[in-house]
Design a protein. Structure first.
Length: 209
């Protein structure tokens, strides 16, 4: 996790806690009352508290840009930097992280945050780990897919899980493709994090049933 400390336009100092990379993501952070930030899902529309969108920041210590890339490619004209973190801001100034923009699933025009579905799946007793991602689909653009890892000595009834999900979340968020895999069969990074890209390829080409 990294702390950004900077002055806002009024000359006041503020701090913002952000994940330093995908392996160190956080669920929520308290945004300072003195920080420059906004929740903006469409660049041309600023969303109010309680509305989901992308976190944008600007301030004294925000980076100037990326190596060998023009500033205009990175920042909006008025200086806002899009973090790529999607979530919502409540009335008390807490930002609740939902997903990285790059991880968001677009199913028939609807946005599905993988972390939301993963958290719900892992609240079901037999499921130790859930990895949710999008698979290409000619009709819907993407479909929601999930790889489920059972707890030691337990089995997962996929039909039962899907039926329970339909009661707990909106239908468009329910994975239409689910497979069960052993922990050791899931491709992982050196830190043990599931490699969604590799799992996506496995399901797309039928490597995993």
């Amino acid at each position: 996790m990294v702390t950004l400390t900077h002055k806002n336009l009024q000359g006041n100092w503020g701090t913002l806690l952000l994940p330093i990379n995908d392996d160190e993501s956080i669920d929520f952070a308290r945004l300072s009352d003195e920080i420059d930030y906004l929740i903006d899902a469409k660049i041309d529309g600023i969303y109010s508290n309680g509305t989901a969108g992308e976190l944008h920041v600007r301030g004294f210590s925000v980076m100037d840009g990326y190596y060998k890339r023009e500033r205009a490619e990175i920042f909006h004209q008025d200086g806002w930097f899009a973090t790529g973190d999607l979530g919502l801001l409540d009335a008390d100034g807490y930002f609740y992280f939902q997903s990285r923009r790059s991880d968001m699933i677009k199913a028939a025009g609807a946005n599905v945050a993988p972390m939301e579905v993963e958290a719900l799946l892992m609240s079901y007793g037999p499921i130790q780990e859930a990895v949710v991602f999008g698979l290409p689909d000619k009709v819907r653009g993407q479909i929601v897919a999930a790889v489920l890892v059972p707890r030691e000595g337990q089995d997962i009834d996929l039909a039962e899980v899907q039926a329970r999900l339909k009661k707990d979340i909106s239908a468009y968020k329910v994975p239409s493709r689910m497979v069960m895999m052993k922990y050791e069969d899931v491709p992982r990074t050196a830190s043990g994090k599931p490699r969604k890209g590799a799992l996506r390829d496995m399901l797309a080409d039928g490597t995993s049933a």
